[in-house]
Every structure is written in structure tokens, then in C-alpha cells.
Design a protein around this ligand. Structure first.
Ligand SMILES: [Zn+2]
Length: 488
């Protein structure tokens, strides 16, 4: 059996002041055919999963490009055209194939193309014809269009947020796609539109139980696969919002019924899924008064993983004003300040302006006399088994606070973000990270306490206030009772 695979992924915040170019893909992750590393990246876990099948003698694999850009703003038209053409050309030269497996994110929007993944899957379908099986993986923070569902045979989505199960999701996609290509199963997709957009962390109730229920249903054979699309509120897409996908084995009515039941249960959770969000001052005060450390404070909305710059200074300025000590913050994106610190060298004291440069809503730059504690070329942090590049970094100290400045935008995934740069986190009272919930997986085991600080900034975190221009469906919380409006 001949199988082609490729991975093109990013998450587009259409409200971000950033823009995404090919250089953002090449800087974050770009592997030419055959060059994918042994370890998976978030959206390319199908590559190692398929290579295992090659080693088992099951398939012949033709690898295409695998690339990922850190979430950012609108992808420019020439970059999307280049990536799209590159993968489709690779597929054409791989023909004939029995199956195609794509590792996608699902929230990529380019200048002139609001549904990049739908366009790609449809183009793949046109090339391979109706009888070749197409399997796709998505991140739950994505927009599920009819175009994607109509052209894919298998769709699997990370169930966990934080996405600790991206390897399992890639393996499930590969398994189902190969079984379908061999004619062992007849997958049928059922989709239910939940008509809501919310933040749905699965590390806590009620979503924890909901994910466990999906896993139990899969294990008991009620469906081949069950997925929840959470939606991505910073993307102006006509397909915005939560959806349930059930893949049944040739039983559309059972799949439809299960998708509907799960969808209405998810809808009943609206407004109850988020942890308590504190103000900046509340979070800092609570951390300062905590008996044990380190207390981890998440700056939830200045999350580069959601496509903003990650250079907000609002929380840091409040901490400086409150004379906080024994605190480390990671990271503030500022390549120019990193360069100055590298030029000054470790141990140098200098007057530095850093942060607050890309948005009018992320606080003013901070001007301070800082000590350069550490400089590092090509620093990294880990996210599960994947390695996330931070680019050249500098650790600076201002009063009692150490700040990690990075030159590759990246949200905080793991404590090694600090420890790789020589910061002993067991010794710090407070750690501030820029991440909505992905940090939780690796920080939970080292944190005495975790606090979530909601700092208004450039991220559009309140759908009732966001100016969506493409939405034609009714969604909670923009309307209180969307299903009533949909049926009238
Ligand atoms: Zn996600």
C-alpha cells in the first residue's frame, strides 16, 4: 500500500497585529521531504506514526513537506500559495497512492483564503479521486468547515487541552486511515454544530469528565472515533465555534445521534469550563501571600500560542510597582533587546528598553537599568516529546525579578524554559508564564499553586465584543439561546 503524508500547520489570529510569512514557518519548523526528525511536532505526529508502519512492512511511505509556524496573524497570500503548491506537486509526483494522511492545525487563514485546510483537502481529493482514503488530524482550536468534512474520510482531533495526546491522535488517524484503505472499516462522519465558543480546558471538570466519556465510548466500540472541535475565538471564520465529530462504521444514524447527544451535553457546560480568572493585582497579591512556592501565574491572554506577540508588559509593570521579589517571568518576545543583551554580555549592566512594541494594547515598553544574567544561542524548551525553539535568549534581572527575553515567539510549555537558562525554579516564589493552559501539563508537578490572571490586551477574549465579519450562524455567548434562533 502506498501512502503519502504532509503537514502544513499554523493557527491564525486574524485580529493580531502580526503577519505570517514563509520565514515564520522556516524559523519555527520546516522539514523538506525525508527530513522530518524522529520526534513529532504538535501537528506532524502522523509522520513517526506512519514510519512505524513502514518498519512493520505494512506500507510504502512517500513523505512530503512538514512545516509549522508559531500561531500569528494573517498568512500572506504568496506563502499560502507556495506551501499549497509544494504539497500538491509532491502528491502528484507520488501517484498512484492508496491513502493520504495530512497533519494539519485547522485554524490557518491566509490573505484571500479563509479556509486553507478546506481548500487543501478538497484539492487533494480532486487529485487522488473518490476511492483514495484521506485522513486528517486537527487541533481542537480550529474551524470545521463542510468542505473539510465532505472531502476527508477520517478526521481525528486532540482531545486534551493542554494537547498532551497529540501523538495518540496522530496514531489513531493513521490506524483508521489504513484500516479504511484496506477495506476493513467503512468510516462515515457525523458532525454536530454546538453553536458556542468558549475556552474548554480539559485538565479540570466538567471537560475532564467529558473527555473521559469520549475515550470510554471509543474503547467500548460505540464509535470508531469521537472528537470535539473547541473552536478558536481569535479567528474570523464563518465556521467559528465548537463542533462534535463522530466517525461510525457505516452507521450514519447512530453516529448522528451520538454526535447530537454529546454536543448538547457540551452546550450545557457553557460558561462553566474556565478556571477562576483573577485581575493582575489579585494574582500578584495572592502569590506574594502564599506560604509555599513557586506559585505559577499564567498571563492567559498574552499567549503567543494564540497568535499575539507575547510582549505585553502589563503584568510585569504591576509586579515592579508592587516591589515583587523572587520572581521569574518567561517570556517577553523582543529580538532587538536580546541582541543588545548578547552584545553587552553576561554580567553587564545596561539601560534597556524592552517589550510592549507590537500592539497599542499590550502596555508601554519598559525602560530600566538591568543586569544581563545569562545569554544563550538557540535556546529551547520541551513540549512533551517535541522540542520548541525559543531562538537566541537573554535572562535579565530588574530588582528582584528575572525576565527571559526570547527572539522566537513561543508560549510557555515547560519549566525547562527557565531551568535551561540557569534559573532555579525551586528557589523562586513566583513564576509568571505566558500561556492559556498548555503550561499546565508540565508546570502542575512543580507548582505549589497555579493562578490565572486575565489581563486585557490585544487578544480578542470576549466574543460578545469582537467584531466578527464572516459569522452567519448564531453562537453562544454572542446570543444567549442560539438553538432557538437557528430553528426559527
Ligand atoms: Zn490548540
Amino acid at each position: 500500500m502506498r501512502v503519502f503524508c504532509a503537514s502544513v500547520a499554523t493557527e491564525t489570529n486574524t485580529f493580531s497585529p502580526l503577519r505570517t510569512d514563509f520565514s515564520d514557518f522556516s524559523q519555527s519548523f520546516y522539514a523538506a521531504p525525508g527530513q522530518h526528525p524522529e520526534t513529532p511536532t504538535l501537528c506532524s505526529a502522523v509522520f513517526p506514526a506512519l514510519r512505524k508502519r513502514v518498519q512493520a512492512g505494512e506500507i510504502e511511505l512517500i513523505e512530503g513537506t512538514a512545516t509549522w509556524a508559531e500561531p500569528g496573524g494573517l498568512v500572506n497570500a504568496r506563502t499560502w500559495a507556495r506551501l499549497h503548491d509544494e504539497v500538491l506537486d509532491q502528491l502528484r509526483s507520488a501517484l498512484p497512492v492508496d491513502a493520504v494522511v495530512l497533519g494539519l492545525h485547522g485554524a490557518m487563514i491566509a490573505d484571500g483564503c479563509v479556509d486553507c485546510e478546506g481548500m487543501l483537502i478538497e484539492a487533494v481529493r480532486k487529485i487522488v479521486g473518490p476511492d483514495t482514503c484521506i485522513g486528517v488530524t486537527f487541533d481542537p482550536h480550529s474551524h470545521l468547515s463542510a468542505r473539510r468534512v465532505d472531502n476527508a474520510d477520517i478526521i481525528t482531533v486532540f482531545k486534551e487541552f493542554p494537547h498532551t495526546d497529540f501523538v495518540e491522535t496522530g496514531e489513531a488517524c493513521v490506524d483508521l486511515t489504513l484500516r479504511a484503505a484496506r477495506g476493513e472499516i467503512s468510516p462515515v462522519l457525523s458532525v454536530f454544530d454546538v453553536h458556542m465558543i468558549d475556552v474548554l480546558p480539559t485538565s479540570r471538570a466538567p471537560m475532564r469528565g467529558f473527555v473521559d466519556k469520549m475515550l470510554a465510548f471509543e474503547a467500548s466500540g460505540q464509535a470508531l472515533s469521537i472528537s470535539t472541535i473547541h473552536g478558536f475565538m481569535a479567528g474570523d471564520s464563518p465556521d467559528l465555534g465548537a463542533k462534535i465529530i463522530v466517525i461510525s462504521d457505516a452507521d450514519k444514524s447512530a453516529g448522528d445521534a451520538l454526535a447530537r447527544d454529546l454536543g448538547m451535553e457540551l452546550f450545557s457546560f457553557r460558561g462553566t469550563t474556565k478556571p477562576e480568572f483573577l485581575s493582575v493585582e489579585e494574582a500578584l497579591e495572592q502569590a506574594r501571600n502564599a506560604k509555599d512556592g513557586p506559585v505559577v501565574i499564567a498571563d492567559v491572554w498574552d499567549n503567543p500560542g494564540g497568535g499575539v506577540a507575547g510582549d505585553s508588559t502589563i503584568l510585569l509593570r504591576a509586579a515592579l510597582d508592587m516591589n515583587m521579589t523572587s520572581m521569574a517571568l518567561g517570556t517577553i518576545w523582543d529580538p532587538m533587546a536580546v541582541r543588545l543583551c548578547h552584545a553587552a554580555g553576561e554580567g553587564a549592566e545596561l539601560a534597556l528598553r524592552f517589550g510592549g512594541k507590537t500592539s497599542a494594547f499590550a502596555g508601554a515598553p519598559i525602560d530600566a537599568t538591568v543586569t544581563v544574567v545569562k545569554v544563550a544561542k538557540d535556546a529551547v524548551q520541551s513540549f512533551g516529546t517535541s522540542i520548541v525553539p525559543l531562538g537566541d535568549c537573554a535572562v535579565i534581572r530588574i530588582d528582584g525579578i528575572e525576565v527571559v527575553l526570547n527572539s522566537n515567539r513561543a508560549q510557555a510549555f515547560s519549566p525547562d524554559l527557565f531551568t535551561n537558562l540557569g534559573i532555579d525554579i525551586s528557589d523562586r516564589k513566583v513564576l509568571v508564564v505566558k500561556s492559556t493552559n498548555h503550561f499546565h501539563g508540565a508546570f502542575a508537578s512543580v507548582a505549589a499553586e497555579i493562578l490565572y490572571a486575565a489581563v486585557n490586551g490585544p487578544y480578542p477574549n470576549d466574543p460578545t465584543q469582537t467584531q466578527y465579519t464572516r459569522l452567519t450562524r448564531h453562537l453562544w455567548p454572542i446570543v444567549p439561546a442560539p438553538f432557538e434562533l437557528e430553528t426559527t
